[in-house]
Design a protein around this ligand. Structure first.
Ligand SMILES: NC(=O)c1ccc[n+]([C@@H]2O[C@H](COP(=O)([O-])OP(=O)(O)OC[C@H]3O[C@@H](n4cnc5c(N)ncnc54)[C@H](OP(=O)(O)O)[C@@H]3O)[C@@H](O)[C@H]2O)c1
Length: 333
């Protein structure tokens, strides 16, 4: 019985080399309102790499073990955890600890895995879907018929953004580093996909839009593109940041903000208050889970990597080789 195990295997960071190795951790125990999940797959996110390298400050009180999302089977329930029973297939948003054979997640931040989806596909859902829905739809209020610009459309978050935004009736413009990745984005439904290494995305987007502006820019590039984004945005446009991978750029043109009545916002999912995360989980369950159940779209898995080779999974993301999501796999499914 897994709950009686003293330890389980995990991908752990060697503090000297800052690389991932297979190791052992104490068996996690589900607390109040939590599920113990036998992990089948864990999603790899860019922030995992930042955290491994020491470039990301882990919020107080969360597991220092990497991993923000899992898919697996409920092994046990903590006191007061409801809605699930042992053996149920679940996917869950976590604040850390997903890179292990067993993980604990809050029941209210977990979702049932549709029968038609694999564990690998389910592991690609929580972090990306919570992020896209909360920022693009709850905060930036993207509406059907509006134009969304998202960079890196072939990435984990980017590919989810294209699929979700298209299904909600938006016009989607995206960028990618190569023609191969740009084509991948078109196949996902992007209306315009620009190779940003060969073409100026601002000029290409403006030509495509024929005088119309972009309504929402969903951005993690940051300062480098700020001027172009402000220029492309339509009146009452919204710019929402979830990261700033470039730290320097031209100063913000405040007169543009005022003339166009623009809104600039942004958020970080991990440190959000619990009640906000629970509200996002409720919206994802209500608005996106039915689309996953019906097969309207399914997350695209780029690479499946056994957890013992987690360092290679990170290298794939760092080299920019992925088209869709990279997942770590556990056990012998
Ligand atoms: N705030 C939050 O709560 C939150 C939550 C989740 C994720 N995030 C952030 O969201 C971003 C995406 O996450 P992810 O896991 O999907 O990461 P990822 O796979 O590394 O994707 C980042 C993508 O950005 C694209 N990119 C990089 N530089 C670019 C440039 N100059 N122009 C256009 N595109 C560029 C790359 O596209 P190419 O490969 O085509 O070059 C890359 O695929 C990360 O920065 C992550 O930290 C934030």
């Amino acid at each position: 019985m897994p709950i009686s195990q003293a330890s389980c295997r995990a991908a752990v960071v060697d503090p000297a080399s800052r690389k991932l190795f297979p190791g052992e951790i104490s068996m996690p125990r589900p607390g109040e309102g939590e599920l113990l999940i036998e992990v089948a797959a864990a999603g790899v996110n860019r922030v995992d790499i930042d955290q491994k390298k020491g470039d990301y400050k882990v919020p107080a009180g969360v597991s220092p073990l990497l991993g923000l999302e899992v898919a697996g089977t409920v092994a046990a329930l903590g006191a007061g955890a409801t809605g699930y029973k042992p053996g149920d297939r679940v996917m869950a948003l976590m604040s850390g600890g997903a890179y292990a054979e067993y993980a604990v997640a809050r029941a209210d931040l977990s979702l049932p895995i549709p029968d038609r989806m694999s564990f690998d596909e389910a592991a690609a859902v929580p972090e990306a879907y919570f992020t896209v829905w909360s920022n693009v739809f709850m905060d930036a209020k993207l509406k059907p018929g509006e134009v969304l610009l998202v960079h890196g459309g072939a990435s984990g978050v980017g590919s989810a953004t294209i699929q979700i935004a298209k299904s909600m009736g938006a016009v989607v413009i995206t960028t990618a580093r190569s023609e191969e990745k740009a084509e991948f984005c078109r196949k996902l439904g992007a209306d315009l996909s620009i190779n940003y290494r060969e073409k100026d995305f601002e000029a290409e987007a403006a030509r495509f839009l024929e005088g119309r502006g972009v309504d929402v820019v969903f951005d993690w590039i940051g300062h480098e593109y700020l001027k172009k984004h402000l220029s492309l945005l339509a009146r009452k446009g919204r710019l929402v940041f979830i990261d700033s991978r470039t730290k320097e750029g031209p100063p913000i043109d405040l007169s543009m903000l005022m003339r166009k009545n623009l809104t600039i916002t942004g958020s970080l999912l991990r440190p959000r208050p619990l009640e906000e995360k629970i509200a996002i989980a409720g919206e994802v369950r209500r608005r996106l889970l039915p689309k996953l159940e019906s097969g309207e779209f399914t997350p695209i898995i780029s690479h499946r990597v056994p957890f013992a080779a987690a360092e290679e999974a990170h290298a794939v993301v760092e080299r920019g080789e992925h088209k869709g999501k990279v997942v770590l796999t556990f056990g012998s499914r």
